[in-house]
Design a protein around this ligand. Structure first.
Ligand SMILES: Cc1cc2nc3c(=O)[nH]c(=O)nc-3n(C[C@H](O)[C@H](O)[C@H](O)COP(=O)(O)O)c2cc1C
Length: 325
């Protein structure tokens, strides 16, 4: 289990326990003590097994756009259990949510020490890319490899997007951002380019309140803006209608744009298209013509609550090469 740790004293305690168990990597006492001291004031995540700390990670801002993975350690007896990866995912989600564009991490370059070779492979497996080696940054015996990861690449955004169902801040979403998001939606592919998806952006506070009032049980009640997704169920050719595929592609594009701009959202379709047909009430409120169906709402806003990635079936269970083997 991964937990964000708030209390500076607990941060110090956990970092001490872990770093003192990892003297192969954190050999020099003075720098170890420095890491422990600094960790108290940094965004800090710890991994636990049976309430025992297995590892931790903390981040440090190194520029307006960049967070550094300041220190990370997982006790050797807990290696190969996915703790490091999950700690990193939590930290990466946080950095993306806070609007940072990059994460960097420094380590000793590959080819010098075996333990650090493993560290290099680990960072690369997380998606870090080599930026530069600074031969003298620490000292000649420990060339410093800097890795970097863009949090705003398509793949970075895809892996940091999760459904957000918490509270939003009341900060309005600027029109230009809503336009960027909607433009991403209508740029999506559509069967035979029939472009069956239309959108209504709702950012007028009074109208938004009316829409929210129709959603029972309530969801997205604090969102400062909402995108209502409409579809026209027209055929692409013969009797083939791709409207569902078209609006699904548009929704995913918008979810990614929302996350890339630092906002959060959730694909609310089941909730509004169930037997109680909240979607039809929303359509009536917005004056949507009969030939369109409201199929989904996407709240847009800045997240106030923490949230976690849901567990997904592992890659190896869902993806195969060259046949279903
Ligand atoms: C077609 C569709 C309908 C969905 N409807 C709802 C919904 O009504 N309410 C909700 O909370 N989430 C809804 N979701 C979001 C899913 O629950 C969510 O994508 C899934 O649990 C995986 O989590 P993730 O988005 O964080 O990866 C919907 C997603 C899809 C693709």
């Amino acid at each position: 289990m991964i937990r964000f740790i708030e209390d500076p004293e607990e941060r110090r305690k956990i970092s001490r326990v872990i770093l003192e168990a990892l003297t192969d990597w954190f050999e020099v006492e003075e720098s170890r003590e420095q890491y422990i001291k600094e960790s108290a004031d940094q965004p800090f995540w710890a991994a636990f097994e049976d309430e025992i700390p297995a590892g931790f990670l903390c981040l440090k801002e190194t520029g307006k756009e960049t967070m550094e993975l300041a220190v990370m350690g997982v006790r050797k007896d807990y290696h190969r259990k996915g703790f490091g990866r999950r700690l990193f995912e939590a930290a990466k989600d946080y950095a993306a949510r806070e609007g940072y564009s990059f994460i960097q991490v420094k380590t000793v370059r590959s080819g010098v020490y075996e333990d650090y070779d493993i560290t290099n492979e680990f960072y690369k497996s997380l998606g870090f890319k080599e930026l530069e080696v600074l031969e003298e940054y620490w000292d000649a015996a420990n060339p410093c490899q800097i890795y970097v990861m863009s949090l705003k690449s398509a793949i970075g955004t895809i892996t940091t997007r999760h459904s957000y169902r918490g509270k939003f801040s009341s900060d309005p979403v600027p029109r230009e951002d809503l336009i960027t998001i909607a433009s991403a939606g209508i740029s999506a592919p559509s069967g035979c380019n029939k472009q069956t998806t239309d959108l209504v952006i709702v950012d007028d506070a009074e109208l938004l309140d009316k829409i929210k009032g129709l959603i029972d049980p309530p969801v997205a009640q604090t969102a400062p803006a909402m995108i209502v997704v409409l579809t026209r169920r027209i055929n692409a050719y013969r009797d083939r209608c791709f409207a569902v595929q078209d609006y699904s592609a548009a929704i995913e594009n918008m979810l990614l744009a929302i996350v890339e701009l630092g906002y959060q959202s959730c694909w609310y379709e089941g909730h509004i298209t169930d037997d109680d047909r909240i979607c039809d009430k929303i359509a009536a409120e917005l004056g949507i013509p009969d030939e369109y169906d409201v199929v989904c709402i996407l709240p847009v806003g800045n997240a106030l609550d923490d949230f976690h990635a849901p567990s997904k079936r592992p890659f190896s269970e869902r993806v195969r090469f060259n046949g279903f083997n």
